[in-house]
Design a protein around this ligand. Structure first.
Ligand code: NDP
Ligand code: ZN
Length: 355
């Protein structure tokens, strides 16, 4: 089978591989819709998780079941499924402790394009199919549903971890597809005022549709100063970090008021340490907490997110600005994600021949 792979740090290309093997609880899936992620860009071009050789990329997919193991109960060949980016080993202590993304060690729920081949292949392997896959509701268009496996689960987690008080104020730093999903999540969580920080016009438009009340350009001056001034010197109740480089944490801490949570969903791809402003953090005593997380996976999470879309609470299809058709287009879509033209929010590839 063919797959689009990281050949080594800084280099991508097509590879030929055998179809993956699968165990009794697992499934073999063919993709019907794929999307590249900024994390794929960190992985290849920043070398963020270290060297990988000929590893098939990708962790955002909808698929159709090709084969299942003997113990899989709820899925059969031909079923259309949502495939979460994070596919935990549900038989593990980390799950019982409540941290399903970290099964087997830090970030180890993230298997696709990290510890095994990803979803940009003609076939891919899904572990513990009954507890990782979810049936794809036929009412949801593919370009909307393909945002569920990573964009929605990540952005919504950012809002959930931020512990936004009902009617409280939130600043979302970065409004690419991850930050936009966080804006929508903040709205769904009952935020009052939502500051959205970014400049790409399409992103700004969608941010407003998802509930942003104030748009801030980080190019028009210091972000924290602008938000603190707009809140009469107070700062906000919650900050969600979803873009920028490591210096964004300085803005985040300086934007947060006492009693707030700074909820990070950014993937810091470079550097050994991250900055925290000493004075802004009250010399370490400011009552400004940090929350971190890796987008939750699993069947129940996917089913819940699918309901949010199916019942019209938000439309993630608004983020699909570039829709391609044909498996081989994943190359173009990934390079688009790397180059980030100003009109891009998220590229999506529909694989018509597998539908
Ligand atoms: P994008 O590159 O599309 O968006 C980044 C956003 O950050 C843009 O809105 C950009 O603004 C904004 N930005 C850039 N610099 C600054 C700055 N100095 N201050 C404020 N905003 C700034 O990225 P994605 O939305 O695709 O992904 C965001 C991050 O989420 C990535 O690091 C990705 O790897 C990570 N991620 C994390 C996951 C998790 O589980 N935690 C899962 C998936 C992704 P502009 O409009 O000017 O471009
Ligand atoms: Zn991702």
């Amino acid at each position: 089978m063919k797959g689009f792979a990281m050949k080594k740090i800084g280099e991508v290309g097509w590879v030929e591989k055998d179809k993956p093997d699968y165990g009794p609880y697992d499934a073999l899936v063919k993709p019907i819709a794929l999307a590249p992620c900024t994390s794929d860009i960190h992985t290849v071009w920043a070398g963020a998780i270290g060297e990988r050789t000929d590893m098939i990329l990708g962790h955002e997919a909808l698929g159709v079941i090709a084969e299942v193991g003997s113990e899989v109960k709820d899925f059969k060949p031909g079923d259309k499924v949502i495939v979460p980016a994070i596919t935990p080993d549900w038989y593990s202590d980390a799950v019982q402790r409540g941290f399903s993304s970290q099964t087997g060690g830090p970030l180890s729920g993230w298997k696709f394009s990290n510890f095994k081949d990803g979803v940009f292949g003609e076939y891919f392997h899904v572990n513990v199919a009954d507890w990782n896959l979810a049936h794809l509701p036929e009412e949801i268009p593919l370009e909307a549903a393909v945002m569920i496996p990573d964009m929605l689960t990540t952005g919504f987690m950012g809002a959930e971890n931020a512990k936004i008080p009902m009617g409280g104020s939130v600043a979302v730093l970065g409004i690419g597809p991850v930050g936009l999903s966080a804006v929508a999540g903040a709205q769904l969580q009952g935020a009052g005022r939502i500051f959205a920080v970014g400049t790409r016009p399409n992103c700004v438009d969608v941010a407003k549709k998802y509930g942003a009340t104030d748009i801030i350009s980080y190019k028009d001056g210091n972000t924290a100063d602008q938000i603190v001034e707009a809140t009469d010197g107070e700062g906000v109740d919650a900050v969600i970090v979803a873009g920028g480089n490591s210096n964004i944490l300085i803005d985040a801490v300086n934007t947060a008021r006492a009693g707030s949570v700074i909820s990070n969903i950014n993937y810091f791809g470079e550097g050994d340490t991250l900055p925290i402003p000493r004075v802004g953090w009250g010399f370490g005593m400011a009552d400004k907490d940090f929350a971190t997380g890796l987008c939750p996976g699993g069947r129940v999470r996917m089913e819940n997110l699918a309901d949010i879309v199916k019942y019209g609470r938000m439309d993630p299809g608004l983020m699909a600005t570039h829709v391609f058709h044909g498996f081989e287009k994943i190359e173009e879509a990934l390079l688009l994600m790397k180059d980030k033209p100003r009109d891009l929010i998220k590229p999506v590839v529909i694989i018509d021949e597998n539908l």
